[in-house]
Each structure stands twice: as structure tokens, then as C-alpha cells.
Design a protein around this ligand. Structure first.
Ligand SMILES: Nc1nc2c(c(=O)[nH]1)N[C@H]1C(S)=C(S)[C@@H](COP(=O)(O)O)O[C@H]1N2
Ligand SMILES: [Mo]
Length: 313
């Protein structure tokens, strides 16, 4: 997959962080062209972010940090392992199995699933449960657009996502160190999955997703801790029961199924009240308060009306 820039948009308008920030009042739309290639469609810019969303500190994290400080345990547990080793993963061809309670099950090439779906820039905060955060200009689309194609059956209540399991190319899967029972699995309640902020990302900073960030596509759930945003997805399963998710299975007292960002509920081993907004250094830690639902409460709090979020953490 490649993203082509039309001649009408100079490259200087596309990459530098400052330009993104100053032009953040519109998101450039991308449309998928023939053969699965992404082409910027210059006449199609449209706002996909609300003004209020934009107010909430969306100064972009530099691309070099987003692509070198990663969690992707399939390639090792060090923050720098994914960048070092994720190039060993083959992402073309990429097949995706659609299973469970769905009208259109099957094995698809990713290009078939993406064909005709409009991709746009979406600038969201990403808040890791480890209390660091970034602001990422994703290229993506609402998960709903994909689910509408797959047609979940009426009895489907959850959607589950599986990451690629290929130990020959994922050295972290060859090691017993992480304790993870591969593949990495995450999931959402179906009403969460249909929320317009629930995003499938295929790129960042106007380029295809780097392998270390979850190529060729990954989930991005901006109001939840980062571990919900599962990378390099090869299976999408519609289920009636709540999925058994990787971190929840590993340490249920520390990582809940919901995992909504919540400054009022501490991790058993550290506070979640504040976060380090990257870049963060010893002398300039750049600590900012963590916001309920990572700053997206106005949009998503209604999904959890009547639920005790201390119990359903
Ligand atoms: N398959 C898979 N997906 C994953 C992870 C992982 O280890 N494996 N780590 C998660 C965690 S803890 C975070 S914070 C984000 C990090 O995404 P980034 O590296 O693109 O910033 O990816 C999430 N998705
Ligand atoms: Mo994380």
C-alpha cells in the first residue's frame, strides 16, 4: 500500500508538525484508489474533528518518537525492540479472517476490505496504561465502516481482534519472557465499536503505518488505555460473549476489559492521575493531568451510563 500525494499539495504542506498543528481545523481526506493504493484527494478536505476536541492540547508528538518508542511485545518487551525488529514481519500479502456471528464470514485480502473506504487524518491522544502519552496524526476510518460491510448478526454483542501469530517473523513470540499466550487478542463491546471515535488506522503522518506501529492496520480506541489498540490484525470475530483479552487474562487485577482512561482509578502499582506527554525527559518531564476518558468524555461517557467504572475498570 502506498500513499501518493497529488501534485496540488506541496510536500512542505504535508509533513512538518507545525503545519499539521496550524492546519488542524481540517483533516485531509484520503480515498483508496485502484489496486489498494491510497491517493490523497485534494478537493475533499473536510473536518472530522470537533472544535472542542481540538482545543484539548493536540500538539503533535514528533514522528521520530511515535515510530521508535513502542509497545509491541511480539518483537520484544523493550521500547526500542519493535523499531529494531518489526521489519522482519511480512505485511504483503495480508489476509484477514472474518469469523463468528457475522453475515459475511470468510478470508479476505486486506485490499478487498479497504476497497472504497475513505481514509482521513485523525489526530488523537494515545494514553498508555504505563502513564506516558502521545498525540498521533493517524490516517484511518471509523471501525463502523468496516463492520457495516461485514454485517454482524443481531446476536453479536462484542467484536474481537487477533494480531498476527507468526513466530518465524516475530521474535517476541519465540521467547517465553513475556508470558503472553499468543496471539494478542483485544475486543470491544459492539456499541463501543460502533462509536465514531473507534478507528481503524492504516497510516500515520500521512504515510502507511510503520510495522512497529501495527502495519498494515490496527485498532485505535482513543478513550481507552493503549493496550486496547491492538496491532497488525489478522482476524476479526463477532461474538456473543465478552472476549478473553490478552492483558486481562495475564493480570486481571491490573488490566480490565473496559480499560477506559480514568485518572480516579489507580493502577495497583502506580497512580493514573498524571501522564508524561512525550517527548519527556528527566529535566523536562512534561507531566500533564490525565483526563477522564482521555479527554473524550463528552463523546463517549454515555456508553457507560449506569455502570460502576471502578468495578468495570
Ligand atoms: N499486538 C499488539 N498490539 C499492541 C501491543 C502489543 O504488545 N501487541 N501493545 C499495546 C500497547 S500497551 C500500547 S501503549 C500501544 C502502543 O502503540 P504504539 O507503539 O503505536 O504507540 O499498542 C498496543 N497494541
Ligand atoms: Mo500501553
Amino acid at each position: 500500500m502506498l500513499i501518493r500525494k497529488p501534485d496540488s499539495i506541496a510536500s512542505s504542506e504535508i509533513t512538518p508538525e507545525r503545519v499539521y498543528v496550524s492546519r488542524r481545523h481540517f483533516a485531509r481526506s484520503l480515498a483508496l484508489g485502484a489496486g489498494g493504493a491510497l491517493a490523497l484527494s485534494s478537493g475533499m478536505s473536510r473536518a472530522s474533528l470537533t472544535d472542542r476536541e481540538l482545543d484539548n492540547s493536540l500538539e503533535l508528538t514528533p514522528e521520530g518518537i511515535i515510530t521508535s518508542y513502542n509497545n509491541f511485545y511480539e518483537f520484544g518487551t523493550g521500547k526500542d525492540d519493535p523499531k529494531k525488529y518489526a521489519h522482519e514481519m511480512t505485511i504483503d500479502p495480508w489476509q484477514v479472517k472474518v469469523t463468528g456471528a457475522v453475515a459475511k464470514p470468510g478470508t479476505y485480502d486486506i485490499e478487498e476490505l479497504l476497497d472504497g473506504i475513505a481514509v482521513e487524518e485523525r489526530i488523537y491522544r494515545l494514553r498508555c496504561v504505563e502513564a506516558w502519552s502521545m498525540v498521533v496524526p493517524w490516517m484511518g476510518f471509523s471501525l463502523k465502516a468496516l463492520l457495516d460491510r461485514l454485517q454482524p448478526l443481531g446476536k453479536a454483542k462484542y467484536v474481537e481482534f487477533h494480531t498476527l501469530h507468526r513466530p518465524s517473523e516475530m521474535r517476541g513470540q519465540r521467547s517465553f519472557f513475556s508470558g503472553i499466550d499468543w496471539p494478542y487478542v483485544e475486543g470491544l463491546r459492539l456499541d463501543e465499536a460502533y462509536h465514531p471515535l473507534a478507528t481503524m488506522a492504516v497510516g500515520l503522518y500521512g504515510k502507511p503505518l510503520p510495522n512497529q506501529n501495527g502495519a498494515p492496520w490496527r485498532l485505535v480506541v482513543p478513550w481507552k488505555y493503549g493496550f486496547k489498540s491492538v496491532k497488525s490484525i489478522v482476524e476479526i470475530r463477532l461474538t456473543e460473549r465478552q472476549p478473553k483479552t490478552t492483558w486481562n487474562l495475564l493480570q486481571p487485577s491490573e488490566y480490565g476489559f473496559y480499560a477506559n482512561v480514568n485518572p480516579a482509578v489507580d493502577h495497583p502499582r502506580w497512580s493514573q492521575a498524571m501522564e508524561r506527554r512525550l517527548p519527556s525527559t528527566l529535566f523536562s518531564p512534561n507531566r500533564v493531568p490525565t483526563l477522564p476518558f482521555n479527554g473524550y468524555a463528552e463523546e463517549v461517557a454515555g456508553l457507560y451510563a449506569g455502570m460502576d467504572l471502578r468495578r468495570h475498570y
